[in-house]
Design a protein around this ligand. Structure first.
Ligand SMILES: [Zn+2]
Length: 511
């Protein structure tokens, strides 16, 4: 049995999903959780993108001890230098060099010949090799590349020192059996292929990313690149949880295993969803809310008598527990903090204090607290962003007949208070209008989702919103037993993200 190396690229490819932008604190938090999950290689970003990205990747690299930490780079010498500057802090750094190899990309995008791309690739890998032994090379759009050219290129980069060759189905074009044949072609026609680990990077444009990854394992791939919750460009990447649980569940057929602690999967999935504001569909495999729910009477009867009648995986194996917490009204700060630690949340004192206040507030209104409630509470704190604006008070009157009216008090980071009121089509609209009067940033609301966390009317309401401003998308989250308050918090959360990325278009609030 061979061990499959899992490379997680949630913080690089996953971050390229619209609205999933992560700041430095987000990345460190997710990096720690990925290490807890036992990920072999954490791809933390694309350092040459910006000085902030160098800083964020470096911060992850400093934090991670066991997993390898990779940075992505074009085969441009200065980009490789920037990549090394960021990843060299890691115990086990990796440089990941990529370049397009399909004629379509070469002719229409790079405007380079095959020879030029081959030369750049070899030079890039050789330059990276001066820094570290661990160099990965990816031919981008490999599945639409002329195989004969690909064989030549791969032979050359392995000679130059690449230790992993990553066959990227960048546009999600491959079909499983065809992809397996493509990889077999590489194994048969690249003479030095045994000197490198064969990896695959599959996209989900046809919903086949996981299927292609599994076909690749059968064809000899020993590294699979994945993203938590299947995040990523367009339809996303192969989903970490699906690939990993497929390997666990069907190792009989795949003849391979992985080194992950799968009981951390659920927590990792929640954390990434909370940090990015990207919701998980209820019927998502493994981590969706319905993934282990049985509705039909026959199925329920079966599962009660013998779980395996309708469950191929034990929900406990992904860390799913429905346990109601022992923590409640009488629990102290220390107890709450250690529970958060058990759940995988390492928080700064300041964030913890805020989480503690929110927790006390929820405990006073709700009888039973579950881990899921706690996740919703800390989600706001986790989406750590400079809090330029904080919601101090919100009041709403609405009903039938009547004009929904809201007043808000918002405090800015310098302690200045702003009070505004507005009317709207409904209470949430009125609140948003009042907040917009205080904070003059132009934006349009693209999405508004409200969800109850558990199944009762005293449940926490969790609001996720997505706003657009100057072509950039920002997500915001808020949770409260009062959905109007949750909506206001979610909106401010998104506005704070927007302001920290784009700055204000005037010198602060108008009034
Ligand atoms: Zn990709």
């Amino acid at each position: 049995m061979d061990r499959i190396v899992i490379l997680d690229t949630t913080m690089r490819d996953g971050e390229q999903a619209p609205g999933a932008t992560m700041n430095l604190e987000d990345k460190v938090q997710i990096g720690r959780q990925l290490e807890r999950l036992g990920i072999d290689v954490i791809e933390a970003g694309f350092p040459a993108n910006s000085p902030q990205e160098v800083e964020a990747v470096a911060a992850v690299a400093k934090e991670i001890k066991r997993s390898k930490v990779a940075g992505l780079t074009r085969p441009v010498l200065s980009d490789i230098d920037a990549c090394w500057e960021a990843v060299h802090h890691a115990e086990n750094p990796r440089i990941h060099v990529f370049i397009s190899t399909s004629d379509l990309h070469l002719e229409r995008m790079l405007r380079k010949t095959r020879e030029e791309v081959l030369e750049m690739s070899v030079k890039g890998v050789a330059h990276a090799k001066k820094y570290t032994d661990d160099v990965e090379f990816s031919p981008m759009d490999a599945t639409r590349t002329d195989p004969v050219y690909l064989y030549q290129l791969l032979t050359a980069v392995i000679d130059a020192g690449a230790t992993t060759i990553n066959i990227a189905d960048t546009v999600g074009y491959a079909i499983p059996d065809e992809f397996a044949r493509f990889l077999t072609g590489i194994r048969e026609n690249v003479p030095n292929v045994d000197k490198a680990v064969m990896s695959v990077h599959c996209h989900n444009d046809l919903g086949l990313a996981v299927a292609n990854s599994l076909a690749a394992i059968k064809a000899g791939a020993r590294q699979i690149e994945v993203c938590v919750n299947g995040l990523g460009e367009r339809a996303g990447n192969a989903s970490l949880e699906e690939v990993v649980m497929a390997i666990s569940t069907r190792r009989d057929l795949l003849g391979a295993y992985h080194g992950l602690d799968t009981t951390q999967i659920y927590r990792t999935s929640r954390m990434v969803s909370d940090v990015t504001g990207m919701l998980i569909q209820a019927n998502k495999a493994i981590v969706g809310a319905n993934a282990f729910r049985h509705e039909s009477g026959i199925h329920q009867d079966g599962v009660i008598k013998e779980r395996t009648t309708y469950e191929i995986m034990d929900p406990k194996s992904i860390g799913l527990t429905s346990s109601v917490l022992h923590i409640g009204k009488t629990s102290g700060r220390a107890g709450f903090r250690s529970h958060l630690k058990d759940m995988g949340y390492d928080m700064t004192d300041q964030d913890f204090s805020k989480a503690w206040e929110s927790f006390r507030e929820v405990v006073s209104k709700k009888k039973y607290i579950t881990d899921r409630d706690i996740e919703a509470i800390v989600a706001e704190e986790l989406r750590s962003v400079d809090e330029t604006y904080r919601l101090d008070e919100v009041h709403v009157t609405c009903g039938e007949p009547g004009i929904p009216t809201a007043s808000v008090k918002i405090v800015d980071s310098e302690g200045r208070e702003f009070i505004e009121s507005a009317v709207g089509n409904g209470p949430v609209d009125a609140v948003y209008n009042a907040i917009s009067k205080v904070i003059p940033v132009s934006n349009t609301l693209e999405e508004f989702t409200i969800k109850s966390i558990t199944d009762s009317t005293e449940s926490l309401g969790e609001v996720t919103i997505r706003i657009e401003s100057n072509g950039q998308t920002f997500t915001g989250r808020g949770a409260s037993t009062d959905i109007i308050v949750a909506s206001a918090r979610a909106y401010l959360n998104a506005i704070n993200r927007l302001v920290s990325m784009q700055g204000l278009d005037s010198k602060g609030p108008v009034k």
